[in-house]
Write a protein that binds this ligand. Structure first.
Ligand SMILES: [Zn+2]
Length: 113
């Protein structure tokens, strides 16, 4: 690993923004990094255009003051068959294992304008 500059932010909260809330969803989709290009559950290709639009976007971040966050996408099939709480738990556990905690290093911050 190169370029690690310590903790960038700490996951304090998790949100699921579904397409049922169009305004919040459009906002989340705008911030979705290009690197997020598949469903977090089944790896189906979804993400920003030209890919298929996700049914929900998962966001783990610190606070409203801290713009950095980790994003994931959920496809329509998984969004309608899997309990959201289960999806979030699995996702968070994966993040926790990957980063060894909820402190997210700088190098993993998504590219934001
Ligand atoms: Zn899926």
């Amino acid at each position: 690993m190169t370029g690690e500059r310590g903790v960038s932010f700490t996951i304090n909260r998790v949100a699921v923004v579904s397409i049922e809330r169009p305004e919040a969803f459009a906002d989340a989709l705008r911030r979705l990094p290009d690197s997020v290009n598949k469903c977090v559950c089944c790896s189906r290709k979804i993400g920003r255009a030209p890919l298929e639009t996700p049914a929900a976007i998962l966001i783990a971040d610190e606070s409203d003051e801290m713009p950095l966050g980790i994003y994931s996408a959920l496809c329509e099939a998984c969004g309608s068959t899997k309990p959201k709480i289960e999806v979030i738990e699995t996702w968070l556990t994966g993040l926790y294992d990957m980063y060894g905690g909820l402190d997210i290093p700088d190098m993993h911050a998504p590219g934001r304008a």
